[in-house]
Design a protein around this ligand. Structure first.
Ligand SMILES: [Zn+2]
Length: 471
């Protein structure tokens, strides 16, 4: 089955056809580093990670770029408020972002270009110059340079609306009278007092680039004039991605992006996340409630990317339970795979398979619900076979191999967690108590271990430790 995705540009499901049958160039809009990213942002990044991993599982070599927006109104304001240079201000949030994506097991992009890199600023200036020379941009009275949307007939195609709507509904701000059309967007913003020392020289005077041109410049610099896949959240469709198309195609004359994929919103308890509602969560906020990065990854990945995801604490509990089922299943399979010499009542009752239903589901516009449905159906089936002593070691091994393959896409396997030294000490003490048949002491120690968040289970191979609540 061929890969198929919903293209925002055409609003249809299309067969995936990258320019090179073995390589995929992918551009994903990254964070604006003025504060810690929130879980809604991470939903989009987790979706992009799933997409990349699935494409790789299907044999494509993926080259992914994620930009870092390190200059805009919000970063400038933030730096001014705390009185530090812009670069110093943004660096802390950039590093926090890298830490967060690592926690969520999101693969790092091949490049994370920053907008303030002089190399890209030069490219932005050169692109703006080309747009002006073609009549697609103009410098207004306020000294800023704007894109002339009326000269780009395809403007509005991605968002599927016509420009007359924009004329009738837009509220005109005082500083926008200088523009020819209310929808014209800034390519270069003339310096003003608020910008402080954040400015670059350009043929149009001192100033700084607009947000949209940053992405056009970095995307085309690193991936070329034509890109296979461009992703983002639905919030990015208009005006950001619409503007990226106008600028890039206005300069290159080539179709900028083959496939546009957009991830739906994340809601919290059915409402839009906002600081005033008190339902605004960063990754450290959720980690502080005792959840792991893996559990958050599961909660964010399990809903189809085009469906709004409602984040709730019950959902986090479900994520924990689902992962616990996977963990327990793997542990059981591994034990079963070891027992080479045990005679099974009906060997091979559960077929060792080369099933690709999981991958087939993801081929279909990343249908994660169907893919996970197949995983849990498999868990139920093989557990039943193990209950009946009907799964032999080779079959168990075959399922473990299958899991390794799909885990390359899901990245949900439990890490061999490091057991803290104080917990280890109590476990050893408890073993000595058990050896001395001091059951009361042994029970007391078990409670102490539980108090530290760990559960000790006794097996024939000795004590086994697990995080409490991990199934
Ligand atoms: Zn962008």
């Amino acid at each position: 089955m061929a890969l198929r995705f919903f293209n925002t540009y055409s609003r249809t499901i299309e067969e995936f056809a990258p320019r090179d049958p073995t390589k995929v160039d992918m551009y994903t809009c990254g964070p604006t580093v003025y504060s810690r990213a929130h879980i809604g942002n991470f939903r989009a990044y987790v979706f992009e990670d799933l997409l990349q991993r699935h494409l790789e599982a299907r044999g494509f070599e993926v080259h992914r770029v994620m930009n870092i927006t390190d200059v805009d109104d919000k970063t400038i304001r933030g730096a001014r408020e705390v009185g530090v240079p812009l670069q110093k201000f943004t660096e802390q949030f950039k590093q926090a972002f890298f830490k967060d994506i690592e926690k969520l097991r999101i693969k790092r992009a091949d490049e994370f270009p920053g907008a303030t890199d002089q190399h890209y600023i030069d490219r932005m200036i050169s692109m703006i110059g080309t747009l002006i020379s073609r009549g697609l941009a103009y410098q207004a009275e306020d000294k800023s340079v704007y894109f002339r949307i009326n000269k780009f007939p395809n403007y509005g195609k991605l968002a599927h609306f016509d420009l007359t709507q924009l004329q009738s509904t837009g509220r005109v701000r005082h500083d926008e009278y200088d523009k020819e059309h209310i929808g014209d967007f800034a390519l270069w913003k003339a310096w003003d007092g608020e910008d402080g020392d954040v400015a670059w020289e350009s043929p149009w005077g001192r100033g700084r680039p607009g947000w949209h041109i940053e992405c056009s410049a970095m995307a085309t610099a690193l991936l070329g004039d034509e890109i296979d896949i461009h992703c983002g959240g639905v919030d990015n469709i208009f005006p950001h991605h619409e503007a990226e198309i106008a600028q890039s195609e206005g300069v290159t004359g080539k179709k900028f992006v083959r496939l546009w994929l957009h991830c739906a919103h994340l809601l919290v308890d059915g409402q839009k996340m906002s600081k005033s509602l008190g339902n605004f969560y960063t990754l450290p906020d959720v980690l502080a409630k005792g959840y792991t990065g893996r559990e958050i990854r599961y909660a964010l990945i399990r809903v189809h990317y085009r469906t709004p995801l409602n984040f709730t604490w019950e959902g986090m509990t479900e994520a924990r339970l689902s992962l616990g089922r996977i963990d327990a299943w793997l542990e059981r399979l591994r034990e079963c795979a070891q027992e080479e010499n045990v005679q099974r009542s009906t060997p091979n009752a559960q077929r060792p398979i080369e099933e690709s239903e999981f991958e087939n589901a993801l081929d279909d516009d990343l249908n994660i619900s169907a893919a996970l449905g197949f995983l849990f159906e498999t868990i139920r089936g093989t557990n039943r076979a193990m209950d009946q002593n009907a799964l032999d070691a080779p079959s168990a091994n075959a399922w473990l191999t299958w899991w390794n393959r799909i885990n390359g896409v899901l990245a949900l396997e439990k890490e061999g967690e490091k057991i803290p030294a104080d917990v280890m000490k109590l476990v050893e003490e408890r073993e000595r108590a058990r050896a001395a048949k001091d059951w009361r002491k042994s029970d007391e120690l078990r409670d102490k271990i539980a108090g530290l968040g760990w559960e000790v289970r006794d097996s024939k191979d000795g004590p086994k430790l697990a995080r409490r609540g991990s199934g």
